[in-house]
Design a protein around this ligand. Structure first.
Ligand code: PLP
Length: 363
């Protein structure tokens, strides 16, 4: 009898040893809290970078169900993952149309470009583009038309839905916020749009003057605390976990990991975990990071490797091979411990983390 093996490329891989759990209820609750703080303004969502690494396929439907109707991505390549779940006309591309291919894609899909320069305005106008958004720079010197461009006649000939600007330092108490707000008031009187939008997450906490018609939170949706105002209101949503792939018994004097930066001073039951800096668990966590198993703390021993981390299992003798352990990833504390920003902590988490919905229900 001849047995034919299936095409190996078609055999589904076994479940990953690395997963990123999402607390969808906390995500929806964060959006509702930001919507309440936004007062009369509508509340959108920045879902660029695959929803800050959490997975647009899970985040967008969750926020749409909560009531979100405005979505912001950076790249055109990010559009398909969002319009798979929401109407294209709700989606804005912040980087704007850099060439004819971008314009053609916007026209075919109905996604709204954010025009950032007079060149982009001309490109959109010449293509007969419909409703669009316009970004104006009010002092960050990043993307957007200059204040001096606002009188240009071309701007009167395009159909502007949303006029945006972006705050550079809303997470600080600095005079720059009020300066940008004053310039935004000038923008509003010079440029006719149907709606106006200035505030990111931190800007929402600056008060009603900053809310305009639409706020655009990102980091706070996902559990980041960019200002103290959000503590107690915003909850953690992202729970990265790794499986224990091996357990070993260390003796006093045993050296651990690359370059032996940890040496056991007592017998230690060590767990080897299936994650490392290739997954965004960077080497800065070497000897300072921690994982947990059922609330027991498991400190990192020695250097973080590319694909592996070694932890001290002493506090959790019941934890063994195949068990899931959670990375300590409460964003404000993890940021303070690592020196990485809360934004970096989320967007670093790599593609080897399974973001499947199978373990979505976390409470
Ligand atoms: C990323 C981004 C946001 C969201 O900022 P957060 O600080 O994450 O709330 C809003 N607006 C623009 C233009 C952005 O680029």
């Amino acid at each position: 009898m001849v047995t034919t093996l299936p095409d190996p490329a078609l055999v589904p891989p076994p479940p990953a040893a690395l997963r990123l759990r999402l607390d969808a209820a906390a995500l929806a609750e964060n959006w509702r809290a930001l919507a309440r703080m936004s007062g009369a303004a509508a509340t959108g969502a920045a879902v660029k970078a695959d929803a800050y690494g959490l997975g647009a396929a899970r985040v967008v439907p969750t926020l749409a169900a909560a009531g979100c109707r405005d979505w912001f991505v950076a790249h055109w390549s990010e559009v398909p993952d969002v319009i798979a779940h929401v109407p294209a006309g709700q989606v804005a591309v912040l980087h704007g149309p850099l060439n004819a291919a971008d314009v053609a894609f916007a026209l075919r899909t109905g996604v709204r470009p954010v025009l950032n320069s007079l060149e982009q305005v001309a490109r959109w106008h010449e293509a007969g583009g419909g409703a669009c958004h316009v970004m104006v720079d009010t002092g960050m010197n990043r993307l957007g038309l200059a204040m001096a461009d606002l009188g240009h006649p071309l701007l009167a000939r395009i159909d502007i839905d949303l006029v945006l600007s972006h705050l550079a330092s809303a997470d600080e108490d600095t005079a720059q916020n009020a300066q940008q707000l004053a310039r935004f008031a000038q923008v509003r009187s010079a440029l006719p749009g149907r709606r106006y939008s200035l505030a990111n997450s931190a800007g929402i906490a600056l008060g009603a003057d900053y809310h305009a018609d639409l706020t655009r939170p990102g980091i706070a949706l996902y559990g980041g605390i960019p200002r103290r105002d959000f503590a107690g209101t915003i909850g953690q949503t992202a729970y990265p976990e790794a499986a224990v792939v091996q357990v070993r018994a260390l003796q006093p004097g045993d050296r651990v990991g690359y370059n032996a930066t940890f040496v056991a001073d007592r017998p230690i039951r060590a767990g080897i975990l299936a994650t490392g800096y290739a997954d965004g668990y960077l080497r800065c966590w070497s000897n300072i990071g921690a994982f947990s198993f059922r609330d027991k703390i498991l400190p990192v021993l020695g250097r973080v490797s590319m694909d592996l981390v070694i932890v001290d299992l002493s506090a959790a003798p019941e934890c063994g091979e195949g068990d899931w352990v959670a990375i300590d990833y409460a964003l404000p504390a993890a940021s303070a411990a690592s020196g990485l920003s809360q934004y970096e902590l989320l967007t670093l988490l790599g593609r080897r983390f399974s973001r499947s919905a199978d373990f979505n229900a976390i409470r």
